[in-house]
Design a protein around this ligand. Sequence first.
Ligand SMILES: Cc1cc2nc3c(=O)[nH]c(=O)nc-3n(C[C@H](O)[C@H](O)[C@H](O)COP(=O)(O)OP(=O)(O)OC[C@H]3O[C@@H](n4cnc5c(N)ncnc54)[C@H](O)[C@@H]3O)c2cc1C
Length: 433
Amino acid sequence: MSSSVHHLDPESQQKPWDVVVIGAGAAGLFAATAAAQRGRSVLLLEKNRKLGVKILISGGTRCNLTHHTDARGILAAFPKSQAKFLRTAIHALPPTKVVELVEREGVETKAEATGKIFPVSDRAIDVRDALAARLHRSGAKTQPATSVQEILHENETFRIVTDLQELQAHRVIIACGGQSYPGCGTTGDGYQWARAFGHKIVQPVPALTPIKSSDAWLHALQGMTLSDVQVTVVTSDSLRDLHSIPKSAVLDTRRGSLLFTHFGVSGPSALDASRAITRASEPRNVALLADFLADVSYDECVAQWRARIANQGRAAVKTILAERHQRRLAESLMALCQIDPTHKLAELSKANISRLVQHEKRCPIHVTGTQGFAKAEVTSGGVALGEVDSKTMQSKRVPGLYFVGEVLDIDGPIGGYNFQAAFSTGWLAGSHV
Ligand SMILES: Cc1cc2nc3c(=O)[nH]c(=O)nc-3n(C[C@H](O)[C@H](O)[C@H](O)COP(=O)(O)OP(=O)(O)OC[C@H]3O[C@@H](n4cnc5c(N)ncnc54)[C@H](O)[C@@H]3O)c2cc1C
């Protein structure tokens, strides 16, 4: 049923639905299910021919559906104002309930070492099918391949104009996502509807998007992943003196694996850091500092080199660096520090050591931009939270209108947090309409 296109009989088109949900992504599927199982007549409209298209491509087609933590752990991952808004929703449907719901449909899940939860099958389609089966059982009707154009509020009823027909509903849940990966159907349509109803939109910018750099040494390392790098986003004027970086120059710090690519950097630490770049007033005036030894302090790092020089003065610099880093990175660090790889430790000058430590702990990466909405996993910004009731997801401006999922000004880090927020806000709205 999930991928079939079927349209409504004429009678269904005329009667006002209790609830029309716009967008069959993570949030819409949960909203429609929760509302229909409470006996509401529910119609779920989706622009694509398939339901849950983003679920299908998520997590490298493995779908990292949530995180192995409790409600508090989920909330702690979001910026404070977002966490405050999400509190009721996440407590109403915490990660354990999401896992339970999917497992009850026959899809076993597993938590990986990073805390990310995936289906045991590593197949995102199993998660999508489980959610579609659950939706189907709830009694909600679906109409794929239907693009909503306009929503009008007349005499306490909503008129929903689609590219195929006009529909009526007592309540509308807008679950149409943000504007990242527009090929998935998410083209930011919800913002214009929200604006038309008087809602404020926080400027949408791409988040969780790969970072571009023209530094040649990065490109030479393409394909390499480091499992633990701390990435700090700084204003680029702080590159002038890497010894003392004022707090005010630090825009964000994230830690996790880092992937070198032909255009710059990606992987969780870079993706998580990208929001600080796209939110910066001048994204081209920021840079990254990569800390390749995040567990060792700057001073400890200096002390380690001093001890090595004292005890292993005859060892080649390249041998020692290769013990501290992956070989290709070690070679790049020597080139960046302009140190002859065959140099013995005892031959290193103070300035050499200082440069080495600096590049191990604060290696500058010049930023030329990001891959933008085209490759962004989420949109930061959206419907301002202050105008939505966090206890129900209902608009404070228009009774009967609800906003759920990524169309809201909500964006979490990599790790299953974004699906969790979408599932929970959808569920909460569906439980109140
Ligand atoms: C490549 C990629 C990988 C990701 N991986 C993960 C992951 O592993 N874990 C995680 O937590 N998050 C992941 N995310 C983020 C996650 O997919 C989103 O945060 C989540 O899908 C948001 O859910 P949503 O229901 O609000 O919006 P969406 O899932 O985007 O769904 C919105 C739906 O509304 C439909 N729609 C839009 N406009 C209209 C209209 N006018 N009429 C009708 N329908 C409309 C769209 O076609 C779409 O199907 C990933 C995102 C991407 C792009």
